[in-house]
Structures are given as structure tokens and as C-alpha cells.
Write a protein that binds this ligand. Structure first.
Ligand code: GDP
Length: 517
């Protein structure tokens, strides 16, 4: 049986495969509408009466006989989450930009996520049916993100479309096909199957169900497989039209039942010889995961990146920059682009105005990057994600310090024994004017703990307005050592009085790390 499938390492059986496409863009620019409209253009589905099933990915069969596979979970969160798990499933990104709205914040995020993954971009300028549609403006705006469309002498294909009137959809499909030909996408269908989990869930009556995108080989009924830390034996295969099928080849998405547990989106999926082997691998992986979870903290820290650069593992220090205003963002990016030596340089993956969000952390994790927060803070979800995934968020309030620290980092001068440790948050509820002391903030500790003499950062509307030291920490007039979450206290700051009700105080300390033996 194994012999009939061919040698897994034998690439002489490479055949063209369908491109796998992810649609990204700003909210409300028409990702879902476009995916629906493209799906409705499937010639096979039309014959079959258009019965469709949502399984997280689907194939469109074109009149030409060729097919395109679309990942049906739009947005860069899913895209980057999968990439963070090591799965580069997407061959081509279709960037949807509404012709009336133009490039917006999440469009820029999508562009940078696609660039970080080095996936080619095709732009779909959507909503062309609207009277306000202005495709030329969109093309101009693309230019400022280094996406030069063909009409302007570049290589980016931009197709005007309307998900509503279906105008331009065949052109978009043709552009995808063209790009796929350039990429020369091929796979061996004759070997044991390997793929990626696109979606997975536990369903009553069916057990764990996973949508698997087969990347190589052919998946068949009865195949034994390992996926993430789980394993199973294929009980049933259901295609994107809800039909039972016997097998699925490269670039074909299928729903798989027969799993012993529920894997995660982005987990690999590999067919193995038998159950003994499958059990052995999944047990080994579970144990390895337990150990790596324990060793994980600090995985994405600046220090770790630097040691990787020293060992020649990576050549670039990748950063995600978030800042308070456009001006400082531009200045930082410009300065960072000049930092570096022949051995290593800084690469800005994404820069934006506003607080650090979860999407920034996912991007950083997927790309081994650190996050630079300039006069902005990370929201709660982002902080949790960063702590969980060991992504380093570094806060700054002076541009010179950002540049200087990156320079020092790259030339190996950074003091690796110092690191910032988050302590807690306090909210200012009242401001008192006290003679000889100055202004005192009446606070409620909302998170963690505040310690006497700790460092403080004052945040107003998520922007850092002051970075300094705590002068006094009092409860009922007494100076105290620490105040925990849920308690009130009074705080005064060294050389700083400009405090307001509603300000948030982030408390932290500089931790001297122990030398590793
Ligand atoms: P998503 O958030 O990017 O998935 O956007 P949706 O597909 O949900 O679309 C957002 C809104 O734009 C909906 O009200 C759609 O009906 C509308 N829309 C999407 N595509 C078009 C289009 O081509 N023309 C017009 N006029 N409206 C569209």
C-alpha cells in the first residue's frame, strides 16, 4: 500500500496544484461579500444547484477547468495566527480595498502581514458600482505603501470589482491564475498526505471535526494521521459542498472526522504508517509541548533575538512600531531604517498610530519580532498575549532612546541583565492639592500591585504623558510598602504634577536578571 503511494521524498511526480488564496482588508470593505460572490461563480456548484457548506475553505472551479482554493476565514488575524503556528498555507493574498473608502488602518496592517509572510498581493478595488468609487485614488494610496500598480510601472495587479454587481470577478480570477502560473505551484499527489488544519471544533454526535487543507499527497478514508498533539484515523471525508468523498488531493479542503482530540487552526496534519506510530508521535509532541511551554517565557525577547543574530540564525532584528502620532511614527521608522551593520540590521515589519493590540503581538510572534511602543501602551488583550507568547514589548518616550537602544542592541552593547517587569495598574479617581507635597493622586489599584519607589508611566487616553518615579505611596496618611489590586491609595510623583482624573498609572520595576550559569 505504502509502495503504491510512492516514495514520500520522490519529487518526480510533481503536478500543478490550485493556488491557495486568503482575502484580507479593512472591515466593511467587502471581504465576506467578495468571498461569497466568488464562491457563487463556481461552475460545478452551479450545476449541482449551489448547495454549499461552510468548512473554512472552499474551491472555485473555473470554466477553464482550473481551480482556486479560498481560505474562507477572512482577515489577517486568522492568516497570521496560522503563520505563527508555522503554517504558511497562503500562496496569494487578495487585498480588498473599497473604492469609495480607500486605504484604511487595517488595509495597512494586511499589507504588512502579507509582506512579512512574503506572499504576493493582488489588489481587488471593490465597490466599483458606487458613484463615489475612486480607483485612481486607491492606486495613489497604494504607492505610499510600496505597492506600485502595473499602470504606474510597477508589478502589482489591481482589479476593479464589485461584489454586488459581480463586475470584474472573472478578471480577478484570471489575475489569480496568472500569479499562480508565475509561482509554478506544484505538488506530488501520489505520496501520503500532508496538510494544515484550517478550522477545528468539537461537535455533538460527530466528535472532533477538522477542516484540513491537503498540501501534498492524497488523503484517503482509513488513513491514520497525527495533527498537532492529536492523532486519529479518517472516518469520513466531507467536501466543501457537503458531499462525502473517498479522497482529497493537493490544495483540496476537506472536513475530517475520526480524531481522538481537537487540534488548533494552523496545526500540521501528517499521515503516518499505523496507530502505534501515531500514538508515539502525539505522546512525544505532548511532552515536548509541556517542556517548551515551561521554557517559553522570554522566547521573543530582544535578548533572545540578539543571541539568534549572534549565532547567525537570523540577520535582521524585526520590529513592529506603534506610536502616538503620525509624525513620531515616521521619524522612528526613518531612523530605524538607517540602524544596522553588515551582519545585522533593523527591519520594520509594521508601523502604525495607536495602542499596541493583539494583532501586533500575533504579527510579532509569527515573525520573531519585538514591539516598540512609543508613547502608547498595550491594551489588556495584547499584554496577556505578549506574556503568554513571550513577545517583548518595549516602551519608549524619546525617539533618540529608541534608536540608541536598537543601535546598542545590534552592536552587542545592550545590558542583558536588565529587564522591565510589569507590576500593576492604578486609576486616578481624585486629585488633591497638598501644600509642600504638591499634587497627590487618589487612586484605585485596578490590576496587580504597586510598590514603594517603583517606576511609573502616566497614561492619558492610552498615550504616555510621563515616565518617571513614584515619590510617595500612602494609605490613610501612612507610607506603605505596597498596595494590592482592589485597594485605594494616594500617590505622588517625583518632579511631576500634571495629573488628571481618569489618568492611568502603569507601575513597573527594573529587574536585575540572574546570570545564567
Ligand atoms: P467585510 O467586513 O470586509 O467582510 O465586508 P462585508 O462583505 O461584510 O461588506 C460590508 C458592507 O459593504 C456590506 O453592507 C456589503 O453589502 C457592502 N458591500 C460589499 N461589497 C460591495 C460592493 O461591491 N458594492 C456595494 N455597493 N456594497 C458592497
Amino acid at each position: 500500500e505504502i509502495g503504491m503511494r510512492g516514495d514520500p521524498d520522490d519529487d518526480s511526480n510533481l503536478e500543478p496544484r490550485a493556488p491557495v488564496v486568503t482575502v484580507m482588508g479593512h472591515v466593511d470593505h467587502g471581504k465576506t461579500s467578495l468571498l461569497d460572490a466568488l464562491r457563487a461563480s463556481d461552475v460545478v456548484a452551479q450545476e449541482a444547484g449551489g448547495i454549499t457548506q461552510h468548512i473554512g475553505a472552499y474551491q472555485v472551479h473555473l470554466a477553464s477547468g482550473q481551480s482556486i482554493t479560498f481560505i474562507d476565514t477572512p482577515g489577517h488575524a486568522a492568516f497570521t495566527e496560522m503563520r505563527a503556528r508555522g503554517a504558511n498555507v497562503t500562496d496569494i493574498v487578495v487585498l480588498v480595498v473599497a473604492a469609495d473608502d480607500g486605504i484604511m488602518e487595517q488595509t495597512v496592517e494586511a499589507i504588512n502581514h502579507a509582506k512579512a509572510a512574503q506572499v504576493p498581493i493582488i489588489v481587488a478595488i471593490n465597490k466599483m458600482d458606487k458613484p463615489e468609487a475612486n480607483p485612481d485614488r486607491v492606486k495613489q494610496e497604494l504607492l505610499s505603501h510600496d505597492l506600485v500598480v502595473e499602470e504606474m510601472g510597477g508589478e502589482i495587479i489591481a482589479i476593479p470589482v464589485s461584489a454586488k454587481t459581480r463586475e470584474g470577478l472573472p478578471d480577478l480570477e484570471e489575475a489569480i491564475q496568472l500569479q499562480a502560473e508565475i509561482l509554478e505551484l506544484k505538488a506530488n499527489a501520489l505520496r501520503a498526505a500532508e496538510g494544515v488544519v484550517v478550522e477545528a471544533r468539537l461537535e455533538q454526535g460527530r466528535g472532533s471535526v477538522a477542516t484540513v487543507l491537503v498540501q501534498r499527497g492524497t488523503l484517503r478514508m482509513g488513513d491514520v494521521f497525527v495533527t498537532g498533539n492529536e492523532w486519529g484515523r479518517v472516518r469520513a471525508l466531507i467536501n466543501d459542498r457537503g458531499e462525502r468523498v473517498e479522497e482529497a488531493g493537493p490544495s483540496i479542503p476537506v472536513e475530517v472526522t475520526g480524531l481522538q482530540g481537537t487540534p488548533h487552526a494552523g496545526d500540521d496534519f501528517v499521515v503516518v504508517e499505523d496507530e502505534t506510530k501515531a500514538r508515539e508521535i502525539s505522546e512525544f509532541r505532548s511532552e515536548a509541548k509541556r517542556q517548551s511551554d515551561m521554557a517559553r517565557s522570554g522566547r521573543g525577547s530582544l535578548e533572545q533575538m540578539l543571541s539568534k543574530i549572534k549565532e547567525g540564525e537570523i540577520k535582521e532584528l524585526s520590529v513592529v512600531v506603534k506610536s502616538d502620532v503620525q509624525g513620531s511614527q515616521e521619524a522612528i521608522v526613518q531612523a530605524l531604517n538607517k540602524v544596522g551593520t553588515d551582519e545585522a540590521r533593523v527591519r520594520v515589519l509594521h508601523a502604525g498610530v495607536g495602542g499596541v493590540n493583539e494583532s501586533d503581538i500575533t504579527l510579532a510572534r509569527a515573525s520573531d519580532a519585538i514591539v516598540i511602543a512609543f508613547n502608547v501602551r498595550a491594551n489588556a488583550q495584547a499584554r496577556d498575549a505578549a506574556r503568554r507568547d513571550g513577545v517583548d514589548i518595549r516602551y519608549y518616550s524619546i525617539i533618540y532612546n529608541v534608536v540608541d537602544e536598537m543601535k546598542a542592541a545590534l552592536s552587542g552593547l545592550l545590558d542583558p541583565e536588565q529587564a522591565e517587569k510589569f507590576l500593576g495598574y492604578a486609576a486616578i479617581r481624585e486629585v488633591f492639592n497638598i501644600t509642600k507635597v504638591g499634587k497627590v493622586a487618589g487612586c484605585m489599584i485596578t490590576d496587580g500591585v504597586v510598590k514603594r519607589g517603583c517606576k511609573v508611566r502616566l497614561l492619558r487616553d492610552d498615550v504616555v504623558v510621563h515616565d518617571g518615579n513614584l515619590k510617595t505611596l500612602r494609605r490613610f496618611k501612612d507610607e506603605v510598602k505596597e498596595v494590592k489590586s482592589g485597594y485605594e491609595c494616594g500617590m505622588a510623583f517625583e518632579n511631576y504634577n500634571d495629573i488628571q482624573v481618569g489618568d492611568v498609572i502603569e507601575c513597573y520595576e527594573i529587574e536585575e536578571k540572574q546570570r545564567e550559569l
